[in-house]
Design a protein around this ligand. Structure first.
Ligand code: BCO
Length: 536
């Protein structure tokens, strides 16, 4: 999305247009030094002052309960410099240190994100669905020195903090005080407003995302300062995912555009539809599952006065939902295909002919090809691995590495190509068609779920002897998690319906709830053996 948005809106960017285009096409070197806060945000702040007329806000946040905050680029700069002083002062963080930020969609998340750029502290976002086990794993694996969260998750952090030897500071965003935790608002009030942004090299680490794989626990995808544009852009992604960075930070702010945020405690299609009627949102970006849920409602009862452009990403969008959305709103859904490691890979750019069901064409600066197992490019129409040509130089927009995992990092390269892990084909016009994952990662409602993580959670329940977790088709969520479970002999007589609910609740407690198996099938080993031997 980053490149998609940047490309749409080059004209408005404060930096030199020709430079951007040339860098995007890999014809010009990436600048040695780049920092989004000083090189983009502070420039917009300057432009705002020179315009001497009211501009669109940089951030427009509402919470549906009357709470509202609007910040200009100048206000964003002022507040984020104070937060930068909180990080390097009371929190004791230095450039290169890592911080885990587990916050819902509240303005403080945007301030901390920007403050990390100003201080050179590496920002590691996490979804608020994380459990004690997930948080402990992330703290240990990342060696983060500081964690920031809210009241609801502070006790969860405390329950594992003693096992996390690298954790030095806990910062709470709350109106009340908590023992052993620094209070964000107290520190912010006292913090000085002057801060000099660090000079960062384009290749310096900026953000780390945890992303699931088929085996083992989530990997750490590292992005650099180099790897990442007058509209009101509402991108609904949870703050824990790269889509929030692309759609709610870098994309809109590169153009000097307003990032609109609705802090919905719970996903509710009616709230989304009413918000689109009430607020001047011009661009909407969300997972296809959201569109699938929205078209279940009678959309003719709602008038979206300003909505002009709809984007989707995170999972494939089906032609039926595109048609239903178009019939009811008159608007197309422009699908983007990407991943945590790379950002946007293919997309349906504005003005381009949309072929429903395809991922669109390669997004600059990428040369996307379909290749076979030897690394040879396949002709149009043939299925293979969706790959990105890297030639001698790795594109600067790529993640830098999987942290602490050089073997895994190397395994993504085949000859002159980066392997996405997805299968597909390309047609004669250069459109890419998605076929599925080449591994067992499950893409449900836009979430990437590793079967190993769900199996690990299930096995912790006394009723489970063994389990195998796979994807299962679903009309709304695209895919859902399905678990085949072999029960312990002492549980075989129990009510299966109740037991399935118990196992689902158990998984929701052990790991982030979005991963829970929405389908469970109990199987017996003998059944599997008999099936194998053809006796059933
Ligand atoms: O559906 P259920 O009610 O049975 O379960 C839901 C929640 O109720 C439950 N839950 C949440 N917090 C809980 C909890 N249960 C117990 N304790 C808690 N604290 O867990 C289930 C969570 O599922 P969900 O998140 O799918 O919920 P929901 O409300 O159905 O949301 C629907 C969507 C569409 C809004 C949501 O699935 C979503 O946000 N999907 C998009 C994900 C996304 O942004 N992906 C992009 C990743 S980045 C990327 O792909 C790279 C692209 C460049």
């Amino acid at each position: 999305f980053f490149w998609l948005l940047v490309l749409f809106c080059f004209t408005f960017a404060p930096l030199n247009l020709t430079d951007y285009e040339a860098i995007g096409r890999c014809e010009q070197e990436v600048p040695e030094y780049f920092n989004f806060a000083s090189d983009v945000l502070d420039k917009w702040s300057q432009i705002e002052k020179e315009r001497k007329e009211p501009s669109n806000p940089a951030l427009w946040w509402i919470n549906g309960k009357g709470g509202e905050r609007k910040w200009s680029f100048e206000e964003l700069g002022f507040e984020s410099r104070k937060v930068a002083n909180v990080l390097s002062g009371p929190c004791g963080l230095q450039r290169g240190d890592r911080i885990i930020v587990i916050l819902p969609r509240i303005p403080e998340w945007w301030l901390l994100n920007t403050a990390c750029m100003r201080t050179g502290v590496v920002f590691i976002p996490g979804t608020t669905q994380l459990t004690a086990k997930d948080i402990c794993y992330r703290l240990l694996a990342s060696k983060a020195k500081c964690i920031v969260t809210i009241d609801a998750l502070a006790p969860v952090v405390d329950s594992v903090a003693s096992q996390c030897q690298f954790l030095k500071t806990k910062l709470i965003v709350s109106e009340s005080r908590r023992a052993e935790w620094l209070n964000f608002s107290d520190l912010l009030k006292a913090a000085p407003a002057v801060h000099n942004c660090v000079k960062t090299r384009s290749q310096d680490p900026m953000t780390i995302y945890f992303t699931s794989g088929t085996t083992g626990f989530p990997k750490m995808v590292e992005h650099s300062y180099g790897s990442f544009g007058l509209d009101v852009v509402w991108s609904m992604s949870d703050t824990g995912w790269i889509k929030a960075a692309i759609g709610n930070v870098f994309g809109p702010w590169f153009q000097g555009t307003c990032a609109f945020v609705h802090a919905m405690p719970q996903f509710d299609p009616k709230v989304i539809l009413n918000t689109l009627c009430r607020y001047p949102v011009t661009t909407l970006c969300s997972a296809p599952t959201v569109y699938r849920m929205l078209v279940q409602h009678d959309l003719t009862r709602y008038t979206f006065k300003t909505l002009k452009h709809c984007l989707s990403g995170g999972e494939p969008v089906n032609p039926e939902v595109m048609e239903q959305w178009k019939n009811q709103t008159g608007l197309n859904i422009y699908e983007g295909y990407g991943q945590t490691e790379i950002g946007l890979i293919c997309g349906n750019m504005k003005g381009m002919k949309i072929k429903p069901g395809s991922l669109g064409k390669a997004a600059p600066p990428y040369d996307v090809q379909i290749i076979d197992e030897k690394g040879s490019v396949l002709p149009p129409g043939e299925e293979g691995d969706i790959a990105i040509k890297i030639d001698a130089k790795r594109p600067f927009t790529f993640f830098t590495r999987y942290v602490d995992d050089p073997v895994k990092t190397a395994s993504t390269i085949r000859g002159n190509f980066y392997i996405t892990g997805d299968r597909g084909s390309m047609d004669e016009d250069g459109y890419i068609w998605f076929m599925g994952r080449s591994d067992d990662v499950i893409i449900s409602s836009g979430y990437r779920i590793g079967p190993f993580e769900v199996e690990s959670a299930l096995i912790e329940h006394p009723a489970v002897v063994e389990s195998a977790v796979v994807s299962s088709p679903d009309p709304i969520r695209g895919e859902v998690v399905k678990a085949f479970v072999v029960l312990s002999p002492s549980f075989t007589t129990q009510d299966r319906k109740k037991l399935a609910c118990e196992l689902q609740d158990h998984v929701k407690k052990v790991t982030a709830p979005y991963k829970y198996p929405r389908k469970i099938e109990f199987v017996e080993r003998s059944e599997l053996r008999n099936k194998e031997w053809g006796q059933i």
